[in-house]
Design a protein around this ligand. Structure first.
Ligand code: RIB
Length: 313
């Protein structure tokens, strides 16, 4: 079956609202906390499915209540979850997230069962050229590289969201069609590749695209995103301004990636893909928790007239 396959992490997010982020040595009080389903892989799979594309999630959770919550969340959003294994001993991944009054966050992830996700959970039988494979960096890197290599081998499109940042071997870059980074991740990657660090995001994305010979997409937070092709051509999309509706930016990047993969699967142009992914990432920031306000495609399209078309850069 043609679909987007997301190989990656699943976490329960324990979210604490704070007035400001604590500094080293500081203790702060907050009345309570909320818990949500999350994890970069799970968030991206749900964002992709809500955008109207058949999506499968592959990863590992623990045999515990958190794992059950995540399986139920996937099912509610019609994500195929048969590829999510339940580990007998390791607990489900858990993220501790503080969200401050500006909607910004700090996250610590206890990986748990995510560390045991293996590439062979993505059997060759489900890899074929019409599929898109989307990965992040919260599982063992070597398992990611294996999936990327086999996916590329059958002609599937491969997308890596380099979050959190890590080192990507040259041979893996050769197997990638798209690399999605934020500005910090892009800078760290450029440093690791020994590239000259550029001041502007556009110049940095261009350099990464040329050096790695892939399409480099860089998200710019409230400023939107850029995408550069290896031939130096690129586009920029400005973000929609949420104003006072901004509540929590935790799911922005993952929603961007999930919708981006869905649009690639539907063979949309890069310009239209960027626009929809950008709108979706912004809309996801309207509620607490990564997944609570992830939009469906109809809602994304209602915002198209408020977000100018991609501009060549
Ligand atoms: O990108 C946001 C996600 O990062 C959260 O849902 C959290 O689980 C961490 O993995």
């Amino acid at each position: 079956m043609a679909m987007v396959i997301v190989f990656g992490s699943l976490n329960i997010d324990l979210v604490l609202k704070v007035k400001h982020q604590p500094v080293v040595g500081e203790t702060i009080l907050t009345p309570s906390y909320e818990w949500f389903s999350g994890g970069k892989g799970c968030n991206q799979a749900i964002a992709c499915s809500r955008s109207g594309v058949k999506t499968a999630m592959v990863g590992q959770v623990g045999d515990d209540g958190f794992g059950t919550r995540l399986m139920n969340a996937l099912k509610r959003d019609e994500v195929l979850a048969s590829g999510v294994a339940r580990h007998e001993k390791e607990p489900t991944g858990t993220a501790f997230i503080t969200v401050d009054d500006a909607g910004d966050n700090q996250i610590i992830v206890a990986s748990g069962a995510n560390r045991l996700a293996t590439a062979d959970q993505v059997p060759n039988e489900i890899l074929h050229k019409d599929n898109v494979c989307l990965m992040q960096m919260e599982v063992n890197y070597s398992e990611n590289w294996d999936v990327i290599h086999r996916a590329k081998g059958v002609g599937a499109k491969t997308i890596l969201n380099l979050a959190p940042a890590g080192t990507v071997p040259r041979a893996v870059l050769d197997d990638l069609d798209y690399l999605i980074v934020n500005q910090i991740e892009g800078r760290q990657m450029a440093e690791k590749m020994g590239l000259k660090i550029e001041d502007s995001a556009i110049a940095m994305a261009r350099k990464l695209a040329e050096s790695a010979d892939l399409i480099c997409v860089m998200t710019l937070g409230p400023l939107g995103c850029v995408a550069m092709k290896p031939d130096g051509k690129g586009w920029q999309v400005k973000a929609h301004d949420l104003g006072d509706d901004l509540a929590d930016t935790t799911g922005a990047g993952d929603t961007f990636c999930g919708v981006f993969a869905g649009c690639v699967f539907q063979k949309m142009s890069l310009q239209e893909t960027l626009r929809r992914a950008s709108i979706a990432g912004t809309l996801a920031c309207r509620g607490l928790g990564a997944q609570s306000k992830m939009p469906r495609m109809e809602e994304i399209e209602e915002f198209l007239e408020m977000v100018p078309a991609a501009q060549a850069v």
